[in-house]
Ligand binder design. Structure first.
Ligand code: KE4
Length: 428
């Protein structure tokens, strides 16, 4: 495989776009080399500008769960575009997709659409603070909720739970209201609540983490967070931008049977177009403008094209609930095949999987939080990533990402991937 044209396009992009990309992870900084420029995609395959066909295991970081160029979504977009692309006025489409999502997800009465997962999570935190009249939030090291200031916070020194900014431009004033705990560490969360019994507006968490690689919640962890929020009057926010409509039609709430007070969405909900959303009970959502005092707005929120694509996607998922089990089985096939091939080598490894989210970590330590995920051998990961790329397999270009399988993948695609995997790990 050669990437001459990608390399030329990347150089041109770097002249006019910071880092040559519009989202950092695409720049291959974590794995080295030149990012791949895509010409088109179809089903489970990406076709890059050099004519290479790649089996896609990121699915645009989640949205393309039914494969690329999914016909009902394309049809809906084409028909909707002919009637106009944006009005800044309400359309019946928004009510249709709002009703469908409320029917699909547990516990929620109302939903507000925005344009990204970041906007959804940022707005959910503002709503929680406005509803509780409290200022602090708890997040978990390694969980990613988008690039809003309150989330770009890293654990302070030592056991200190106070956050410090992990990006220039985020102020200490913002950081002081974000408290950090390790994922799967209920005792640390308990200690934070004991330290701030009336100060916590919300916990925000990825119910199955996907931004440290895939890290499932340990038994009792989410239930423990639910109980602490009830005990101290804080809201539990499930960031379901990745897990929503992926782990089940009702997302992690349905799959894990734990209720959130606010749930945020993105990715799949937009069918590949820019859509985020957050949902909660009437009691909470009625605090949101224009009915309530908590302000939130967006010129392109509820955009007809995005709503049409999302509605077509969600209708397709709602009409075929058996897809979720089918996709889980494909992911299990990949998992067991990888396990079978790597177990016989000297390589340190952990494979984490939940539903159609999976990740490989080059460490012998169970990966249960950010610290253990960070122990993975990144040199092995880089060589593995590029080895698989040479075999025509496109994996997330970072060890701190989950793979996202899509239902257009066939068993032959997965078996080809496993053959490639066997060849690549032999060379590590
Ligand atoms: P966006 O603003 O990128 O739509 O969503 C932010 C977000 C919120 N919550 C979770 C759990 C997320 O995973 C994300 C975004 N995910 C990353 C991939 N890990 C998007 C890829 C990128 O940043 O380019």
């Amino acid at each position: 495989m050669q990437y001459q044209r990608s390399s030329t396009l990347f150089k041109a992009a770097q002249e006019v776009i910071p880092g040559g990309v519009n989202s950092p992870v695409r720049a291959f900084k974590a794995v080295g080399g030149t990012p791949i420029f895509v010409e088109k995609a179809a089903g489970a395959y990406l076709y890059d500008v050099d004519g290479n066909r790649l089996i896609d295991y990121i699915a645009s970081w989640g949205p393309m769960i039914l494969g690329h160029v999914y016909e009902p979504v394309i049809k809906a977009l084409t028909e909707t575009a002919k009637k106009g692309t944006s009005f800044g006025m309400p359309t019946a489409l928004e009510t249709q997709i709002a009703k469908l999502t409320i029917d699909m997800i547990p516990n929620m009465d109302k939903i507000r659409f925005v344009n990204s997962g970041t906007e959804a999570c940022m707005s959910a935190v503002r709503l929680a603070r406005g509803y509780t009249y409290r200022e602090k939030i708890i997040k978990f090291a390694g969980c990613y909720h988008g690039h809003s200031d309150s989330f770009l916070i890293q654990a302070g020194s030592g056991a200190v739970t106070f956050g410090t900014p992990n990006s220039p431009g985020v102020t200490q004033g913002t950081a002081k209201d974000t408290l950090l705990a390790p994922y799967n560490n209920l005792d640390r969360v308990k200690a934070i609540f004991e330290e701030h019994p009336e100060g916590i507006a919300a916990i925000i968490i990825e119910p199955v983490a996907g931004n440290m690689g895939c890290i499932p919640p340990q038994d009792g962890f989410l239930e423990g967070l639910r109980a602490l929020c009830d005990q101290y009057g804080a809201l539990l926010i499930f960031d379901e931008v990745m897990t929503g409509f992926r782990l089940a039609a009702g997302g992690a709430q349905e799959r894990l049977n734990v209720s959130a007070d606010i749930a945020t969405y993105g990715k799949v909900i937009g069918g590949g177009l820019p859509v985020g959303a957050f949902a909660a009970s009437n009691e909470i959502m009625n605090h949101l403008a224009p009915d309530g005092p908590v302000y939130q707005a967006g010129t392109l929120s509820g955009n007809p094209l995005a709503m049409a694509a999302g509605l077509a996607m969600l209708n397709a998922l709602n009409d075929q609930p058996e897809m979720y089990d089918r996709l889980d089985k494909k992911t299990e096939r990949l998992h067991l095949g990888m396990e079978e091939r790597i177990a016989g080598t000297e390589l340190p490894y952990q494979i984490n999987r939940f539903g159609s989210m999976i990740s490989l970590h080059f460490t012998n330590t169970p990966v249960i939080d950010f610290a253990t995920a960070a122990e993975g051998n990144n040199d092995f990961f880089k060589a593995y990533f590029h080895g698989m790329l040479k075999e025509g397999i496109y994996l997330p270009p970072s060890a701190f990402e989950s793979y996202f399988l899509n239902d257009a993948l066939t068993n032959d695609d997965i078996d080809y991937t496993l053959d490639a995997f066997e060849r690549v790990i032999k060379g590590l």
